[in-house]
Design a protein around this ligand. Structure first.
Ligand code: HEM
Length: 203
């Protein structure tokens, strides 16, 4: 691949990670949080999202196509990246490695999650509070879902830091440190929202 096309593909990969994939993930976790208000509140919120006009078109344009590009190109980046953790054990090197590890784990988690929910819905199953309650009653699946949510919130929050650097938003060491703190807060807030929603199906 030429250097120029590689540059544009990397930029597209970076942009799609935030818009629309990152925005979708944040929205998805917030809607799931309705589970903490009970079965009816969750089903109403989830039905509203599932019955939006042109929902199939919106799903493909906002979720599947951008996520597939970001995910598949992400696997390519993850396996061609040079990890320096052993030589330089700095915080940023660890974040760089974890960004790739969580990305690869997310391919597996998202594939399973989509199979278990959206594909089952297409095959006629009803995706609602009861279905998630049943899935998460298995402790192994609960642990898998918690790991998936934490991988997604870490990957998104840490990705926002590298996005800010990639696009020249945070250039000086001081602004990069400030963005580190902002993204740590984003990670914690999104993680609490995501994990609280999961636990609402089991207690
Ligand atoms: C939950 C869905 C996902 C979200 C919200 C997301 C979001 C992001 C964001 C915001 C970035 C930062 C872009 C930048 O560095 O400028 C990023 C980077 C990255 N993502 Fe994802 N991503 C997701 C799924 C995946 C998947 C499934 C993979 C597959 C391996 C992946 C692999 C990567 C890699 C390797 C990077 C680092 C790119 C670089 O340093 O140049 N991501 N992601």
């Amino acid at each position: 691949m030429s250097r120029e096309s590689d540059f544009y593909l990397r930029r597209l990969h970076s942009l799609l990670g935030v818009i629309p994939v990152g925005l979708f993930v944040a929205q998805h976790l917030v809607i799931n949080h309705f589970a903490t208000r009970g079965e009816e509140a969750f089903n109403t919120a989830s039905n509203f999202m599932g019955n939006l006009p042109f929902v199939l078109f919106l799903e493909w344009i906002i979720i599947y196509l951008p996520l597939m590009f970001h995910g598949f190109y992400g696997v390519y980046i993850a396996f061609t990246a040079k990890n320096n953790v052993q030589r330089y054990g700095t915080f940023r090197n660890w974040m760089f490695l974890l960004q790739r590890v969580t990305g690869v784990f997310l391919v597996i988690f998202i594939a399973w999650h989509v199979y278990e929910t959206r594909i089952q819905k297409a095959l006629g199953a009803e995706v609602n509070f009861n279905m998630m309650e049943e899935i998460l009653s298995n402790p192994f699946m609960l642990a898998f879902y918690i790991a998936g949510v934490l991988a997604a919130t870490f990957h998104l929050a840490n990705g926002l830091w590298s996005f800010a650097v990639t696009w020249g938003i945070a250039q000086s060491p001081r602004s990069q440190t400030i963005v580190t703190y902002i993204t740590i807060v984003a990670f914690l807030v999104l993680s609490v929202i995501g994990v609280q929603a999961l636990l609402a199906f089991v207690v």
